[in-house]
Ligand binder design. Structure first.
Ligand SMILES: *[C@@H]1O[C@H](CO)[C@@H](O)[C@H](O)[C@H]1NC(C)=O
Ligand SMILES: *[C@@H]1O[C@H](CO)[C@@H](O)[C@H](O)[C@H]1NC(C)=O
Ligand SMILES: *[C@@H]1O[C@H](CO)[C@@H](O)[C@H](O)[C@H]1NC(C)=O
Ligand SMILES: *[C@@H]1O[C@H](CO)[C@@H](O)[C@H](O)[C@H]1NC(C)=O
Ligand SMILES: *[C@@H]1O[C@H](CO)[C@@H](O)[C@H](O)[C@H]1NC(C)=O
Ligand SMILES: *[C@@H]1O[C@H](CO)[C@@H](O)[C@H](O)[C@H]1NC(C)=O
Ligand SMILES: *[C@@H]1O[C@H](CO)[C@@H](O)[C@H](O)[C@H]1NC(C)=O
Ligand SMILES: *[C@@H]1O[C@H](CO)[C@@H](O)[C@H](O)[C@H]1NC(C)=O
Ligand SMILES: *[C@@H]1O[C@H](CO)[C@@H](O)[C@H](O)[C@H]1NC(C)=O
Length: 452
């Protein structure tokens, strides 16, 4: 009894040590050099030494993994799985060969991050099944699976469609009794790849309408129907029953114009998808109109949406602009469902200052917006020139400003004193024996304004 528990505890200890070592190995990874069983040369990683077999998928430093396009693993008697995260950092992988190993398990997410994978050779391993979902997001040109104990199951039926491997021996599968047969003539009663139909196939409607999309599917086992769409602004509901599903869109928003909506159906045998793009008609909206900015030419920038594309016209001080070489409308780009452009002016002067009005029109309506564009000061009537008046009695400016203020105040005081003196002279002068008739005395002091 005691013996057994001691053995057990030592086994636990060994397992704990293993865990610690594994954790250390995991920590070690980022700086890892080429694994002992492999050779690393530029873009290629090759592990084919039968003496020093791999236990797990080889890892290098992150920048090195980024560079790898080819991985070759062969004759590894202890290599048995490709797990979810093993290939995540081999982002540029194109060519993967794993052959003559004990490979038994490939995670459905194994190639999630390997969008460039084209050539996949998994010959002569120990795979009994492989789901089509492992490859659904990829564009694989060569896939080799012969020499595996593949089962004659619905999950492997999709492999029948792989005809891009003529040179390869015919794919065989293993029946329940252990008998091998060609996969190509295998027929299973409850294994049918789904088909989908999406109706209507075109949606061209006015904004504010209600639209119902219907997706029907066939296939066994009963497939799973899913809707995929852009981030919908309009409210919607999904009503499903059996092999049919409805997507009901209410009060369609113009922001959902061009949204692609797809319906996909899949089961273990395979999958299919159908999609439709919303064409939502709506009147023009001018979302931006700004004062002119100097660029190569001067530009009055604007952004306009509308479906169909609005026709644009301009008014200057209320009068239609005749476009030509000097002044023309240009649309630079269509993005975020808006047309972005400029009213482009070639060397405008103050004559072109004034109110510009943009009119945008399509069959559903019109929008207008105005802006006061200011290109240049009128040199003869520069009312906006820099003028400043001293109001502030607590001067905070630099010392020169303060001196200027004292000068102005001093001059005013002198003027005031002169004025008082003149009044005195006038008052007493009238009664004066000296007979000085009052004369007008203007004390005209030029007051200069000190600008900043
Ligand atoms: C990746 O490849 C580039 C270009 O071939 C090379 O300059 C760089 O050193 C490589 N990086 C690593 C970490 O191998
Ligand atoms: C793998 O082993 C097979 C047979 O044992 C041998 O023919 C082949 O050359 C080996 N491949 C590599 C790359 O070592
Ligand atoms: C992938 O590697 C195989 C064998 O090394 C080679 O024949 C094939 O041309 C390579 N494919 C690509 C796309 O690089
Ligand atoms: C092959 O995989 C099966 C499970 O699918 C496993 O029982 C068997 O031991 C594996 N064979 C080898 C040689 O690894
Ligand atoms: C898929 O690969 C083929 C050939 O390799 C290429 O012509 C095609 O453009 C690719 N498609 C996508 C969506 O990458
Ligand atoms: C759209 O559906 C809502 C909710 O069912 C309804 O209240 C509204 O009248 C419908 N609008 C149109 C234009 O049919
Ligand atoms: C879709 O399925 C429903 C219910 O099964 C049926 O009423 C409808 O006619 C089908 N629509 C199409 C386009 O097949
Ligand atoms: C159907 O798809 C949904 C969403 O992708 C998923 O959550 C669910 O598990 C799937 N059901 C089956 C039976 O595959
Ligand atoms: C000077 O500018 C003012 C206001 O900007 C304007 O009312 C006036 O007509 C202009 N005078 C001349 C001569 O351009």
């Amino acid at each position: 009894m005691q013996h057994a528990t001691r053995r057990q505890s030592s086994r636990w200890a060994a397992r704990g040590l293993c865990c610690v070592l594994a954790a250390l190995a995991a920590l070690w990874r980022p700086g890892a050099a080429c694994p002992a069983a492999c050779t690393c040369a530029g873009f290629r990683l090759s592990c084919a030494d039968p003496e020093r077999s791999l236990v797990a998928f080889p890892a290098l430093s992150e920048p090195e993994m980024e560079n790898i396009t080819d991985i070759y693993i062969a004759n590894q008697s202890t290599f048995s799985s490709i797990n979810e995260k093993d290939l995540t950092l081999y982002r540029n992988l194109r060519n993967l060969t794993v052959t003559n190993t004990r490979l038994t398990y490939v995670s459905r997410q194994a190639f999630q991050n390997n969008l460039k994978l084209q050539y996949l050779n998994l010959k002569d391993n120990n795979l009994s099944s492989l789901s089509w979902k492992t490859f659904r997001h990829l564009n694989i040109s060569y896939l080799m699976l012969s020499g595996n104990p593949l089962q004659c199951s619905c999950e492997n039926m999709w492999m029948k469609q792989w005809r891009g491997e003529e040179a390869e021996a015919e794919l065989l599968c293993v029946e329940e009794g252990g008998k091998r047969r060609p996969l190509s003539n295998l027929k299973l009663p409850h294994c049918v790849v789904p088909k989908v139909t999406l109706n209507p196939q075109r949606v061209t409607v006015l904004e504010g309408s209600n639209v119902t999309l219907t997706c029907n599917t066939s296939g066994t086992p009963t497939p799973n129907l899913t809707w995929n769409a852009c981030q919908l602004t309009s409210s919607y509901e999904i009503v499903s029953s059996g092999q049919s599903s409805e997507l009901r869109l209410f009060h369609l928003s113009s922001l959902d114009n061009e949204c692609k909506i797809s319906c996909s159906s899949d089961n273990t045998a395979g999958g299919s998808e159908a999609s439709v793009q919303l064409n939502v008609l709506f009147p023009p909206i001018i979302s931006k109109l700004m004062d002119g900015i100097p660029d190569h030419h001067w530009c009055i920038p604007f952004s306009v949406s509308g479906n169909p594309q609005p026709e644009l016209r301009w008014l200057f001080r209320g009068e239609p602009i005749k476009e030509g070489a000097f002044i023309t409308t240009r649309i630079h780009d269509y993005s975020e469902h808006e047309y972005h452009g400029c009213l482009q002016l070639d060397s405008p002067t103050h004559i072109n200052n004034g109110e510009y009005t943009l009119l945008a029109r399509n069959v559903y309506g019109e929008d207008r917006k105005s802006i006061f564009a200011h290109f240049m000061h009128d040199p003869w009537n520069d009312t906006t020139a820099t003028e400043s008046i001293y109001y502030d009695d607590t001067p905070v400016g630099p010392p020169e400003d303060r001196v200027a203020v004292y000068v102005v105040v001093g001059i005013a005081a002198v003027t005031f004193a002169g004025f008082v003196l003149m009044l005195v002279v006038l008052k007493f002068g009238r009664n004066s024996k000296f007979g000085i008739k009052g004369f007008v005395l203007f004390h005209n002091v030029p007051v200069e304004v000190v600008g900043r």
